[in-house]
Design a protein around this ligand. Sequence first.
Ligand code: 5RP
Length: 229
Amino acid sequence: MSGEIEVARRSAAIRVLEHLDTAEVVGLGTGSTIEIFLKTAYDKLARKTLVTSSIDTTLVARSLGLKLVEPLAIDYLDLYVDSADEVDPLGRMVKGGGGAMTMEKILASAANLRVFVVDELKVVPKIPHSSPVPIEVVPQAISIIKKKIESAGFACRLRVPHGKRAPVITDLGGAVIDTIPPKNWEPEDIARFLESIPGVVGHGIFINYTDILVIGRLSGQVEVVSYRR
Ligand code: 5RP
């Protein structure tokens, strides 16, 4: 990550701190931006009940000395903080570069306020732009699901660890297929189609999950967009 991108993300992460004052139960996304947020917000986070969306974030949080509870221990979050691979002006996002999109969506769905932190390079005119749309599937259904989506015009690639043939397995036991949907499909149509396929556990199209988007500019300036009605 370049120094400018890190500055952009850190400046944006600082703007999330104000939302921590009134939050008790806080959910954390996955990825390098969230790692920056954890370090930036450490003092405030240390006094909260924290729940993570992945083993990855759990390990980062624990290495910083933060205490966590299991997702099973909570049924409501005051605040969920995460990033995205791409976000468009309607606040629609592609997520799942880190393969944690299913749990991220579950935690976001249970939160009173959802704040997403991005650097300006992640803002695109319309999703999906250049990031693949990942889908998490029951591993036994990989071939059947791949055929279904390819027949609908999606390009598909099973996510595999470097040098391996067997798929990456998520924290939830799923395999990840990275897809490029047909160009003329709207994000809502992509989401509806993927959700109609048996064996699809989750996908990386997030619609109506963004309450507040914090965009860090490479200059260090920050723009805050509210989607709350
Ligand atoms: C993980 C995600 C992440 O939010 C997304 O991949 C962005 O990660 P990073 O902050 O490392 O750019 O959806 O599943």
